[in-house]
Each structure stands twice: as C-alpha cells, then as structure tokens.
Design a protein around this ligand. Sequence first.
Ligand code: F6R
Length: 245
Amino acid sequence: MKKRFKFEKGLDDRMEHMNYIKVENELEGAEVLTEIIGDLLAQNALHVLGLATGGTMIPVYQQWVASSLDFSQVTTFNLDEYVGVTPENENSYAYFMDQHLFNHKPFKEIHLLDGMAQDLQVECARYEQLLTDKKLDLQLLGVGENGHIAFNEPGTSFHSTTHLAELTEDTVTVNSRFFEPGELVPNTALTMGIQSIMNAKKIVLLAFGERKQAAIAKLKEGKVDPDWPITKLLDHEDVTIITDL
Ligand code: F6R
C-alpha cells in the first residue's frame, strides 16, 4: 500500500531529510495524511493547524468529516483569502472551509484572513501576530502549477510574512475554473508569507496529477530557487511530501 521512503541517493543531499510518500492517487494521499493527523492528535502534538483550500484538499476534508477525528481542541489558521470577496460569496475561501470542513466538525478556534478588511495592511499584521503567538504545529500545503505555496507567487521574498499578494495571470486563469463563466476572478489576495509557513514546526505538502509535475520536479532538483517558491521547503527540517508523482 503506502511506501514511506527518503529520496534515493544520487539526488541532492538536501532532499535526504524530506519524507517523500509516494501514493497511487489523491484518495490514497488523503488517507495517508488523515493517518498522520490521527497520529499527531493521539500524541497530543497537534494544537495549532494550518489549513489550505483548493481542489487538492477536497478529498482530505471529506475523509476528516467522515472520520472520528476530534478537532475540538485544535486551533486553525487558513493560508489565504481573496481580497474583496465576502465570506458569504461561494468563491471565498471562508465559504469553502465552511462547506467542506467547519460546518461538519467542531474546532477550538478558527482564524481566517479578512479580505474585506478596511485596512489590509493592518489585517495582515493582525494575522501574523496571531501566528507568532500561537505557533503552527503543522501547516498543510497544496502547490500551484507554477510552484506557488499559499499565494506566494514566483519571486516572492523568502522573508515574507502575511501580506497582500498580486496573483499571476496564470494563477487567475487556473483559479477561474471555480468561478461561473464571465464572473470576475480576483487578482489580489491576502496570504501567509513564505517565512510564516517556514515558521511551522512541521509541513505536509500534497501534490497530485500531471499539472503539478513541474513543481515537484523542481523540488527534486534539490536547489532553492526564488522562481519556484516550493523549493524553499528544502530549507525546512520537517517536511513531508505526499504525491503520486
Ligand atoms: C489554497 C492555496 C493554493 C493552492 C494551490 C493548489 O489555499 O494556498 O496555494 O494550494 O493553488 O490548488 P489546487 O489544490 O486547487 O490545485
């Protein structure tokens, strides 16, 4: 079934410490992640959890909802939110989280970025301060086709904390699949920065399907490259990649 292995020798040494879990498909990937979460909860090692949205996370949250996992003592932080989209709008990430997870499972505290905040800079500072105070035990990540993590697009500073981000045209196009034809797709978002993500004790990244091939290939090259934000994870000491690639 599932294989846990380190990268083979011959790949860059920096990959050595990454836990690379190769799965058959996203359903199996979601199962593996759910098992990891269950283990952490059982060890009382998961109090603050960073969550992601997007297609990759849908089977994960489906499994959590169907499981007996108890998140009632867990505080969550979401990675990002579109600017100018209300939580009632079904394209908002707040709505996504309610639909897929929060309406079905109780949590201790839920923290979301407010893309409708009057002062977006103040909102980012508020969120980053909360992250600093609470400290993420685990951050879950998907990855964009262009290697973005959260909405940290290629070229984003590795020192970035929570900030207002411009989405690339490619990302806007990819995201438009969730919007009705003709509907305006936001091109700005609030997002945790690369440093905010790197501050998490553990990181688990999920990537499935051909669309993610280039980003995972860059990671396997073992070199940190600002044009591929995913590669910064090479500098983190506790990263697990769950992928069918
Ligand atoms: C979502 C997020 C994004 C997605 C990425 C992949 O909160 O931060 O970085 O993880 O765009 O999206 P999907 O899973 O839809 O392919």
